[in-house]
Design a protein. Structure first.
Length: 172
């Protein structure tokens, strides 16, 4: 029979998994307490949270929620970064932190119910953010609307130019 403290910890991990759509696993060894606090704040601003749980408890919770197994990633001292709908913003924070502190490493993760390798998790940081993508889509829609308006406007303008040219010919 497992101890009550482990059952409570499993419930905490399960709550974190339920509240998120995915997670990154990072090796944070070497970070000072101050650096870790700065990282946690930056991740919180990006819509994610960093938690350190026992690896076996995380594995059990993932299995309980029918998420992919990441047994080969959850090895040694690591922390889990749970993110909501946007996996890009936390990935960008992790990338900046890796450059700034030069002490941590992204080991992998889970996104869209699929296991991510270290390289795939780092690739999320290269993607544009959700806001940038929405702005690009809005720009494309605006461009199409402007082009349609110009085309529609050219029909009567062309007709007016043709009438004006005929009028100028008759006057000459």
């Amino acid at each position: 029979m497992p101890a009550q403290s482990k059952i409570d910890l499993l419930e905490k991990v399960s709550a974190s998994i339920e509240a998120s759509t995915g997670l990154y696993v990072v090796d944070y060894r070497g970070l000072t307490v101050k650096e870790t606090q700065e990282l946690r704040r930056a991740l919180k601003d990006a819509g994610a949270e960093m938690k350190v749980y026992k690896n076996n408890i995380v594995k059990i919770a993932l299995e309980k929620h029918e998420m992919p197994a990441i047994d080969d990633i959850l090895v040694g001292t690591c922390a889990c970064i749970f993110f909501g709908d946007d996996p890009v913003a936390p990935a960008k924070v992790l990338k900046e932190s890796m450059k700034k502190y030069n002490k941590m490493e992204v080991l992998g993760g889970i996104a869209d119910n699929a296991v991510l390798s270290s390289e795939e998790a780092k690739a999320y940081a290269e993607l544009p953010s959700r806001e940038q993508l929405l702005a690009q889509i809005a720009g494309l829609i605006n461009g199409f609307a402007r082009d349609i308006a110009v085309c529609i406007n050219e029909v009567p303008a062309g007709l007016a130019r043709a009438i004006n040219a005929v009028n100028d010919q008759k006057a000459a």
